[in-house]
Write a protein of this length. Structure first.
Length: 516
């Protein structure tokens, strides 16, 4: 990546790769102005692309050195390149499975963070109590249980004040669990997701609340997922207890019994190898693939090199860039697992009357991202440069350290829910437009892709990565800061979204079946 200078002033354009035939505007450029010897034929919004040379109709348009689309018409130098003249269609890519896999260079510096060690050896970064609904019909009841333990906004007091080692009581409600078959892939996925949260080390205790007549019966869920009740895992069934009010009363009483048990846990030094980092991006813009995503990729490499795990997801935002991951797969079988998921998504979107290019949002496009291929090429760099060691299903437990792809959609709450269910205990979320996503029980660290966003939303953004595009920072230095912040947050430092209290409403299991 290099900057094109204008009259000795600050950089105005970026050329990301020698093969690129487009440049990226670092600020809004006026029609008629001349930059790097190119006269601009229209206004170029900040972060958008302009043609560096003449591009003939049908010729590939390249960014990052990769094809992002094809010219719908002849494009002159200095012309704005975006949805009006760049089209996307299938083209051949060389997947070259496992050809670029290299031995990982691990650290031996014994880096640690202050985590909670559970009785079975799992490591937590937070210490919550969960109230999990089996079905939408029990979600409100579970929420009322958790709300009893919220801080009073007028007095500032909380029933948790006597339990300083408990981070809170979290209600996980959702919009499914019935109106579906009691057997089959959709309910299996839901049960796997709920069970992933119930097992999550960041929950010191769990209460599961069911209605009693739903498709997703609590007893069936426990049996299917091998879960058992215990002194820290309780179940409540509304219809058996005599209604919602009595269930809330019983739930509050159960939480009060659990608080002293959960409060006994203390933080202690644990190896950084226990970090399971969820990699997320949302509200992406053209700067995402230039600044925050590659910086997060460097941090992900550091996590992996310390023996930890980095979890990349959003399969729809891998499409068009999957060849960059298959080449780093540890073996051809892992590469094929990723390609199989891409093929599944092609059929899934087609069956539902959609396509991959439905993914970029209006905000993505306003931020300079023209189509899903351009978005994906900037998104996959969150995965850093280490080997792809596995590809797992949505919400499937991750058991292999290293870079792992978890299959999932591009919609942030749904894909992040899957990552947490798979065991992520820290989440880093890059954003260019300004997402305020929280993710209890897993802390969410916000990485701003550009300085104006960081300055505009200081109460939501944890780290500014905008200096990379401005030439005042580097990917490596920013990535080191992100890694240090990951360790600090894993040790108990609160993120901006935690300080705001976000994270109670983002539990969103993926619904893949028909609602009937």
């Amino acid at each position: 990546m290099n900057a094109a200078m204008h009259g000795g002033k600050s950089p105005q354009l970026l050329r990301l790769h020698p093969r690129d035939n487009v440049l990226i505007a670092l600020d809004r450029l006026s029609e008629g102005s001349v930059v790097e010897g190119i006269q601009l034929l229209g206004i170029i919004p900040r972060g958008h692309k302009l043609a560096a040379v003449s591009i003939d109709k049908g010729e590939p348009i390249r960014r990052y050195g990769e094809i992002i689309g094809f010219a719908a018409c002849s494009i002159a130098p200095g012309e704005h390149v975006h949805t009006q003249n760049c089209v996307m269609h299938d083209f051949e890519r060389d997947f070259a499975p496992a050809t670029e896999a290299r031995p990982t260079s691990y650290f031996n510096d014994h880096t640690t963070f202050m985590g909670y060690v559970r009785e079975d050896g799992r490591i937590a970064t937070r210490n919550y109590i969960a109230v999990i609904a089996s079905v939408n019909c029990s979600s409100g009841t579970g929420r009322y249980v958790a709300e009893f333990f919220r801080r009073n906004p007028f007095t500032g007091e909380s029933p948790l004040d006597s339990f300083p080692n408990v981070d809170g009581v979290v209600a996980l409600g959702h919009k499914t669990g019935c109106g579906m078959a009691s057997e089959g892939e959709p309910i299996d996925l839901l049960r796997r997701t709920i069970a992933g949260y119930a097992r999550h080390p960041n929950f010191g205790a769990v209460i599961m609340v069911g209605l009693g007549c739903e498709a997703n019966q609590v007893a069936s869920l426990l049996r299917a997922e091998g879960l058992e009740t215990s002194d820290k895992f309780k179940t409540l069934i509304i219809q058996e207890l005599g209604g919602a009010r009595r269930t809330v009363e019983e739930g509050v009483a159960r939480v009060k019994e659990l608080l002293p048990l959960v409060n006994r846990t203390r933080r202690e030094p644990v190896p950084a190898a226990h970090i399971k980092l969820a990699l997320q991006c949302g509200g992406s813009d053209s700067f995402s693939g230039l600044t925050a995503n590659p910086a997060l990729g460097h941090a992900a490499d550091l996590v992996v090199r310390h023996g930890g795990t980095a979890i990349l997801t959003e399969t729809t935002e891998i499409y068009g860039a999957e060849h960059l991951l298959t080449r780093r797969a540890v073996n051809p079988a892992v590469a094929q697992k990723l390609l199989d998921r891409i093929e599944w998504w092609k059929e899934y979107t087609r069956a539902n009357g959609g396509e991959f290019d439905n993914n970029p949002s209006p905000g993505n496009k306003a931020g300079g991202l023209t189509n899903i291929v351009e978005k994906s090429l900037g998104a996959v760099v969150k995965g850093g440069s280490t080997n792809l060691v596995d590809v797992v299903r949505y919400a499937e437990p991750i058991k292999t350290p290293g870079l792992v792809v978890m299959d999932g959609p591009g919609f942030d709450p749904v894909s992040a829910t899957g990552q947490v269910a798979s065991g992520a205990n820290v989440l880093c979320f890059t954003t260019g437009r300004g997402s305020v996503f929280g993710c209890k029980p897993t802390p969410s660290i916000k990485l701003a892709t550009n300085t104006p966003l960081y300055n505009r939303m200081p109460d939501d953004m944890d780290i500014n990565c905008g200096g990379i595009a401005e030439g005042t920072d580097t990917v490596e230095d920013c990535g080191e800061r992100i890694f240090a912040q990951i360790l600090a947050v894993a040790s108990g430092e609160k993120t901006k979204s935690e300080l705001m209290g976000f994270g109670d409403d983002e539990f969103a299991p993926w619904q893949i079946g028909a609602t009937v």
